[in-house]
Design a protein around this ligand. Structure first.
Ligand SMILES: NC(=O)c1ccc[n+]([C@@H]2O[C@H](COP(=O)([O-])OP(=O)(O)OC[C@H]3O[C@@H](n4cnc5c(N)ncnc54)[C@H](OP(=O)(O)O)[C@@H]3O)[C@@H](O)[C@H]2O)c1
Length: 274
């Protein structure tokens, strides 16, 4: 895809791999909408992009640890734009951000499930009219190889909590949502795929986990950019990629009943079913 003039929203682009992807897309002439929580980090990125002679991205500030924050972000984007060619749902927290203990979102949901999955689920639905209006258009959900099946009797992980289980459950949820949404969008010209960008990139969330990075944001960024603009994936949808290559996700992703259950729960938790 030629990215010149294309409007692209990358959530979580004030840091890490999202920052790299936003910068690359701006360099290719896309109108990039960057998002994060911190206005000063956004300004530094905007200045950096402008200094290279590219159009400065627009910054949208929103905290996705509350559904109100996700709604506010969607409203702000909708107020400014009539179409969205690409939505990269990338914002996230790792297994250890702000400590190993179980935490809850503003809405009282397990925090990793809320930030990494529910906010992206809600954003995708609220932005869908803009994305459909841009067809052919793409949604890219940045998930992970870290995947843990959902225990539907304890989705908020009140028992046997670990940050790694919570992170991996949220990432599998994104993948299950991707498959589901692809079915829904069949024939609309909008594709949706998910991926593991790269393993232990040198980013804030990896460092917060005390893990020694083994890959770079350039490597993970290339995998995300492949799904954003690659011609070879233009007609692929509902798939999971490990880096550049398609692969199978955890078995629960292909369990239709589990996906249906997750979808019903997500619609309820986000208030979309009301
Ligand atoms: N790093 C890896 O090796 C790896 C591997 C597999 C998958 N991934 C996935 O890649 C994506 C990006 O991760 P990264 O490694 O680049 O992480 P990162 O450097 O920690 O960046 C995370 C981004 O998400 C934003 N964010 C975090 N919490 C937020 C909240 N409550 N509300 C709004 N924005 C929030 C951050 O904004 P602020 O600037 O405001 O903090 C930041 O822009 C994540 O979905 C992650 O699960 C990463």
């Amino acid at each position: 895809m030629d990215m010149r003039g294309k409007t692209v929203l990358v959530t979580g682009s004030t840091d890490g791999v999202g920052r790299y992807v936003a910068s690359e897309l701006a360099g290719q002439g896309a109108a990039v909408l960057i998002h994060g929580r911190d206005a000063s980090r956004a300004k530094t990125l905007i200045d950096e992009i402008k200094a290279k002679g590219h159009a400065g991205p627009i910054f949208y500030q929103a905290d996705l640890s509350s559904l109100a924050g996700a709604r506010q972000l969607a409203e702000a984007v909708k107020a400014d734009h009539k179409k969205l060619d690409v939505f990269v749902s990338n914002a996230g927290i790792g297994s250890q951000n702000s400590g190993p203990q179980r935490q809850e979102s503003a809405d009282g949901y397990e925090l990793r499930f809320a930030v990494n999955y529910l906010s992206g689920f809600l954003l995708a639905h609220l932005l869908l009219p803009l994305i459909r209006a841009a067809a052919p258009a793409r949604i890219v959900n940045v998930a992970s190889l870290g995947q843990h099946p959902i225990d539907f009797d304890d989705v908020m992980i009140t028992k046997n909590y670990s940050g790694s289980r919570a992170y991996s459950q949220s990432k599998l949820s994104q993948i299950m949502f991707t498959i589901d949404l692809a079915h829904e969008l069949k024939g609309t010209g909008v594709t949706v795929n998910s991926l593991h960008p790269a393993t232990y990139m040198n980013t804030t969330m990896v460092r917060a986990g005390g893990i020694t990075p083994i890959s770079t944001v350039e490597q993970g960024g290339a995998a995300i950019l492949h799904l954003v603009e690659g011609d070879d994936v233009a007609n692929k949808s509902g798939l999971f990629f490990n880096g550049m290559n398609e692969m199978k996700a955890n078995a629960q992703a292909y369990d239709e009943a589990a996906r249906k259950r997750l979808r019903a729960l997500s619609l309820k938790l986000t208030g979309l079913s009301a």
